[in-house]
Design a binder for this molecule. Sequence first.
Ligand code: SF4
Length: 356
Amino acid sequence: MAQAIETYLTPPRAAFWRLLQGVFFGVGLFILIALLLKPELGLHVLWNVLIPVAPALLVLAPGLWRNVCPMGTASMIPHHLRLSSRRQLSLAWQSRLLAGAVVLLIVIVPLRPVLLDHFGQVTGLVLIAVALLAGGMGFVFDRKSFWCSGLCPVYPVEMLYGSKPAVQPRNAHCGTCSDCVSPCRDSRNNVTPIDAARTGPGRWAALVLIGGFPGFIIGWYLIPKTGSLLADSPWPLGGAGAFSEGRGQALVDAYAYSLGGMAISLALFAALAFAYPRGLRALSVVFATAAVSAYYWFKLPVMLGLGAPESALVPGLDFLPAAALWPLRAAVIVLFAGLLLARRPARGWLIRPPKA
Ligand code: SF4
């Protein structure tokens, strides 16, 4: 077995990945500290730089992200230090965690325009709570079963967008495989959310995510920009009366637009799935293409700094004329259609390690 492990992850390879994980963990820590101490900087790096790049990365190289995600690294530290009790999760619990991940995604994302986009300290505290949960459960459950392939709210999106990765690195967290989840989402070819749970609430959650996500994204971008839920304050949760007057409506709007959009696209998906019951996998890829294209359709002007140079992905990117937006949008749609629809599924996110 020692030989198999060495063949899989040679010392130079292992050192390379540990270094990369350390760098990304450091970047995550930097963002967290900035959110708490220099909120404006932290919010900019998180929401205007890291998050806009993430969907494209999940389409092209979900395995790379799975290898270096700082939250994933936090959840795997107990495993790497041999401090995990490595309890196995039943298929029923794997299904429940997937449902929980979808619910978390749907609950957290609409909070962005009314809360998380405005208050670095709140966002930082949420990230700390999530890191403690992910890392803490790593002491109990085996490898990726609780967080990376369980309750992480990004994980359903990884499965939705990442069915046809362009690159397939080695698995830098699992030198061997203990079948912590079944099937292994990292190693299985052509994985989609419907592969993660055959029965139970996870199955329904996967279908809701696939069908509803394009509408969820479009609805989210149409949320009226009426301001934040909390009054401006250096420490927004610090005192009574911190809630802005009349901002309850902003919260209602945030969920009404996101979930309303989700309901419309889910209805379309349900009709198509009913008409083509054997085409669920193909529908999943079509809806994933629609979702990621919709994301960049709305995000491109922000990334280019059109109208607000400070939101540009890279400083100085706002030199492009507004007319450049349309060919760029068309190019993005063609690019994702080419990547997701025009390519045959060939490989998993990561090369499967030998059995433990
Ligand atoms: S490779 Fe094995 S141990 Fe690692 S995530 Fe996949 S199933 Fe779990």
